[in-house]
Ligand binder design. Structure first.
Ligand SMILES: Cc1ncc(COP(=O)(O)O)c(C=O)c1O
Length: 393
């Protein structure tokens, strides 16, 4: 029996596979510090959990309306209108299984075989994977450390062809923590309008910002709301990864498309989980604020610690909870270093190459872990890397 040929085109997200490998080592008795997965280590806020539990007991166990329960669509529209700087109506909101659902429907709904999709490199690997899966071509947009991990808009302009259908941007970004400025976004908007492109704006880390960095949604810029799909969700902001709750904000022209795709795939997202998500948005926001304060302390701990290790150079990112240091000075590739750190030092990180061809000389570290664990990991990395670099000189 055979499987479909298209399965030969689909990629993966190596965080899940590397995690399994690390857990197998731990089961053999090894001590591992986990810095590979993009998941807050905090619990979902208590008021959110309580709301979902009460909803279960009150009978919220039936199919939801496919686009989401009205109270959640209203809460998302109000929250997005306030935070993202453009008016959002509830009918434009679609609740999906994780932010990933938004991505899947954008690519299924907008991209034909033979089209080109501009994706950040390094970038979240699923953009590229899904693009290939639908028979289209991912075109990497180089994202360089020397530019503080912001894309170069002139370079982006040079990559646009008559086949370009969709531009994916992600700010704050996984895996680099890079944040696009308002000026960058204005120039990207101008290009998108000139070339009549759809834009998928992945804003899932939009509330995890430091040092006064501003979150600008490209959809708030003139002429952009009608060509932008905003991807956002609850996983990162509210420590709700396991709830699998995300949402799309789409222009009127895509309302039918998103509805049809949801009906054909998931029929909607767990009803009681949606009630919890309403509480996440309309309830007190102190837990979110406290998480961001703690992430910032962790960012500084990891950046300072890495920069004190010879052979490693790390920028101080303005958003998300990742660093993407260059490890070129160690003499190893990111793949070799990640592998050896796991097996020889008990620290689980991802190779930069898991995020695109330009990530080869990097590793990605998620600092969504306690300061004690980060300190332990830094000690282990230093003990492994220092002799390696000393032997080179
Ligand atoms: C940039 C980016 N977009 C989307 C997602 C998917 O989020 P979710 O877990 O809500 O599907 C992730 C998860 O790591 C991410 O890093």
């Amino acid at each position: 029996m055979r499987i479909a040929a298209r399965m030969g085109t689909i990629g993966t997200e190596s965080a899940f596979e590397v995690s399994a490998r690390a857990r197998a080592l731990e089961a053999e008795g090894r001590s591992i510090v986990y810095l590979q997965i993009g998941e807050p280590d905090f619990d979902t806020p208590a008021n959110v959990r309580a709301a979902a539990k009460a909803a279960l007991d009150a009978g919220a166990t039936h199919y939801p309306p496919f686009a989401g329960i009205p109270t959640l669509r209203e809460a998302i529209a109000a929250d997005a209108s306030a935070r993202k700087g453009f008016p959002v109506e509830p009918y434009q909101v679609f609740v999906t299984v994780g932010g990933k659902g938004v991505m899947l429907y954008a690519i299924l709904g907008l991209v034909d075989p033979g089209d080109e999709v501009l994706v950040p490199d390094p970038g979240y690997p699923i953009y590229e994977s899904l693009t290939r899966f639908v028979g289209a071509t991912p075109v990497p947009i180089p994202i360089r450390m020397s530019n503080d991990f912001r894309l170069d808009v002139d370079e982006l302009a040079s990559l646009i062809t008559p086949r370009t259908r969709l531009l994916v941007i992600n700010s704050p970004a996984n895996p680099t923590g890079g944040v696009l400025t308002r000026g960058d976004l204005e120039r990207i908007a101008e290009l998108s309008i000139r070339h009549d492109l759809w834009v998928l704006a992945d804003e899932i880390y939009g509330r995890i910002l430091y040092d006064g960095a501003e979150h600008v949604s490209i959809a708030s810029l003139p002429g952009m709301a009608e060509r932008t799909i905003v991807l956002d969700g609850f996983s990162k902001t509210f420590a709700m990864t396991g709830w699998r709750m995300g949402y799309a904000i789409v222009p009127e022209s895509l309302v039918q498309t998103y509805g049809q795709l949801i009906i054909n795939t998931i029929s909607g997202v767990a009803t009681f989980a949606q009630v919890g998500a309403v509480e996440a948005l309309v309830g007190p926001q102190d837990d979110v604020d406290a998480m961001v304060v703690e992430f910032k302390a962790r960012r500084d701990l990891i950046v300072d610690g890495l920069n004190a290790i010879p052979g490693i150079e790390c920028r101080r990112p303005l958003g998300a909870f990742y660093v993407f240091p260059s490890i070129a000075g160690t003499g190893l590739s990111g793949g070799e270093l990640a592998d050896r750190l796991l097996h020889e030092a008990g620290v689980c990180v991802l190779p930069g190459s898991a995020f695109g061809g330009l990530g080869d000389d990097h590793i990605r570290i998620s600092y969504a872990n306690s300061q004690a664990n980060l300190t332990e990991a830094l000690g282990r990395i230093r003990a492994f890397v220092e002799p390696l670099v000393a032997a080179r000189v």
